[in-house]
Design a protein. Structure first.
Length: 306
């Protein structure tokens, strides 16, 4: 079963009817609701859901957009689960509970979480700039990479503690709503969690409804920059993995339509269980034609004929 994230066309739609019609025109029966949907758009989609016209398999926190947040500024970490400001952290937990409530309304089993960040100047974009100039492996590149790792390690503990507090407050609430929380691997160096932190979170909540959500694009960009290999994540967390975001990567550019970049998607097939959610998370300017081709090939690669 493949789903398409509404992140593909949400920015081009001001109502949920048009948004879903565009997705269904590609042949998708299943969707993931992304983090850039207004309450009105979500209501429109729920109207279609009640009529049996669409199935929602997952939601990406925050969904809908929190009140008083402009749509073009809505991000999964607008309110951070790791922030040291306790008032904002509590706001992040409250808004996440609203996403969980929305998931329950759609009988969607998973809410995908970004877990915040270590509040330090991020060096990912600087590394990407050097990478794109062909300077990966140079002395300057390696020094910048080392500095980014060391600076993060020196300051990460209080932010990680805040995440653990937040997850502890969310897990029982989500369980009561029959929702699993999927912790997603991240793109930027200062974002939480990295590979080691995923280990900690999953071990801390090993008997809970907290699982791992693998984003193939984020993992590949991190690997291309010289950090952990993509399959380190998959080998370590395959037994706790509930879903995957599928999109392609070319160098440090991700969210391409599958098979429009450099990823070999056949390598992921052995990590998927029959109930693993497979969500295509391509962004504009991925075209309808590209996505239609992507699904056709993915079904062959993953032996999935939903």
């Amino acid at each position: 079963m493949f789903a398409l994230s509404t992140s593909w066309n949400a920015s081009n739609c001001n109502n949920g009817i048009d948004l879903i019609n565009q997705i269904q025109a590609l042949g998708f029966k299943n969707v993931e609701l992304s983090f850039n949907l207004t309450s009105k758009i979500v209501e429109d989609i729920h109207f279609l859901y009640k009529k049996g016209q669409i199935r929602v398999v997952s939601l990406h926190n925050f969904c809908p957009i929190p009140d008083n947040v402009e749509r073009d500024k809505a991000l999964p970490d607008f309110y951070s689960l790791s922030i040291l400001d306790e008032k904002i952290r509590i706001k992040a937990v409250e808004q996440t509970k609203k996403t969980i409530d929305t998931a329950a309304q759609f009988k969607a089993g998973v809410v995908i979480l970004h877990c915040g960040r270590v509040e330090i100047p991020d060096k990912t974009k600087a590394l990407i700039e050097l990478f794109n100039k062909g300077l990966k492996g140079s002395e300057g590149y390696e020094q910048l990479k080392l500095e980014s790792i060391q600076e993060r390690q020196k300051q990460d503990k209080p932010f990680l503690d805040q995440v653990l507090i937040s997850l502890n407050e969310l897990t029982e609430y989500a369980r009561n709503c029959n929702v699993t929380l999927g912790i997603e691997n991240r793109f930027y160096i200062h974002e939480i969690p990295n590979l080691e932190e995923i280990k900690v979170f999953l071990e801390t909540f090993k008997d809970s409804n907290i699982a791992y959500w693998h984003d193939v694009g984020h993992a590949q960009v991190q690997e291309n920059l010289g950090f952990n290999n993509q399959f380190e994540y998959l080998d370590l967390f395959r037994d706790r993995m509930i879903g995957m975001h599928l999109h392609d990567v070319d160098g440090t550019t991700d969210h391409l339509a599958p098979f429009e970049g450099k990823l070999d998607f056949s390598k992921f097939a052995d990590y998927l269980k029959p109930d693993t959610l497979k969500v295509i998370e391509s962004h504009s300017p991925a075209t309808s034609k590209q996505l239609t081709k992507s699904v056709k090939i993915l079904r062959q690669v993953f032996k999935d004929y939903d």
